[in-house]
Ligand binder design. Structure first.
Ligand SMILES: CC(C)(COP(=O)(O)OP(=O)(O)OC[C@H]1O[C@@H](n2cnc3c(N)ncnc32)[C@H](O)[C@@H]1OP(=O)(O)O)[C@@H](O)C(=O)NCCC(=O)NCCS
Length: 155
């Protein structure tokens, strides 16, 4: 598996994965806008096929934010998601980001456990965060950019 930058020709497959992964998927134009605005957008490729993606950006100068992450159903539990997050962390560290945050649906226990396994912890709950009224759990990881992070200096 390789992790590489998103290319516009990946959009169709990314949309397929997005739609099978989320009840309220981002529409194509929004993904395109996010990409055009300069957000980090990486895909995981296995045997020439895009099997997962991560979208992230930097906000408030030193805070990394994971906007979206999804892996093709047939490729889950094979380390693809973890590799995408680790690669994004490596990029955040280059920009001396101090912490990373993300929101996840409170009922999405699989994703919450996934992020916990990677070292994130639950910071707070935001009630009614999603359009359908579901709460969000904000998860956070502190980085030690330039220090002794387990992911430092690899990328
Ligand atoms: C969450 C998601 C991205 C994880 O991707 P993945 O490639 O399957 O995850 P990995 O194989 O890298 O998992 C790494 C570790 O996280 C944990 N983990 C992953 N999925 C899990 C699940 N469903 N339940 C419990 N733990 C899980 C495990 O500890 C796993 O290690 P293991 O397989 O050796 O036990 C994937 O399930 C997905 O696309 N879900 C739908 C979209 C989504 O919920 N995105 C996140 C919200 S932004």
């Amino acid at each position: 598996m390789i992790v590489r930058e998103f290319r516009p020709q990946d959009l169709k497959t990314v949309l397929k994965i997005e739609r099978e992964s989320f009840a309220d998927p981002y529409p194509a134009h929004l993904l395109r806008d996010i990409y055009n605005l300069g957000a980090g957008f990486l895909v995981a490729q296995e045997d020439g096929r895009v099997v997962g993606f991560i979208i992230f950006w930097i906000r408030f100068e030193d805070e990394g934010h994971i906007i979206s992450l999804a892996v093709d159903k047939d490729y889950r539990r094979q380390g693809v998601g973890a590799e995408l997050v680790r690669t994004a962390i490596g990029i955040f560290e280059k920009f001396h980001i101090k912490n990373i945050k993300l929101e996840v649906r409170a009922k999405n226990r699989g994703a919450i456990n996934f992020y916990r396994a990677l070292g994130f912890s639950e910071e707070k709950v935001i009630a009614n965060y999603y359009e359908d009224g579901e709460d969000a759990v904000v998860m956070r990881m502190d980085l030690h950019s330039g220090g002794d992070s387990p992911y430092g200096h690899e990328y």
